[in-house]
Design a protein around this ligand. Sequence first.
Ligand SMILES: [Zn+2]
Ligand SMILES: [Zn+2]
Length: 191
Amino acid sequence: MLAYDAMEIELKEIHEFPAQLKLFERPQDLQFEIDGVRFVNGVTIELSIQKTDHEYFVNGRCLAEVQMICARCLESATLKLSGDLSVIAQIDEPRRPGRAGKSGKRERSEQFEDSEELVQLDQSERLVLVEPVRQALFAEVPRKPLCREDCQGLCQKCGVNLNSKTCDCHKGVSDSRWEGLGDLLEKNGRA
Ligand SMILES: [Zn+2]
Ligand SMILES: [Zn+2]
């Protein structure tokens, strides 16, 4: 397995297919940001690359450990993101005279699907993965991140973090005035 340290692949330099590649990008070198997400250890990208006459098929997985704010207790939550990436990179073929008659028409790959991104390479055949990687990870960012599945959240009354403390707020008769707020915070059912 070859290792690269930038989110860019020189496809021309690969001579054996299918090729397995592993790339690693440090947090400080990441060329993108996702709102509300802090990358802890960078992003690992595992790729499998196949080549036909006209295209490279780049499939892989992006792995990242991130920190987000837990939607229930508002503490920092560490989460693992794992997103799939799929790019078809079309090779730039200069039109040479006398060649058009043979296979002038470029057929669009039958494997092409909506989820795949189509990229037109230039002569250098350098594939930049910044945007595909960002999209793959962005798709995996939870809308409601939780520090853990059974996070108890904050007490709706006194605000203590119920993961680490208990309070006496719910021992008596429940206060109906707070139920509306509970719905709002989607914390009902755990009161
Ligand atoms: Zn939490
Ligand atoms: Zn309380």
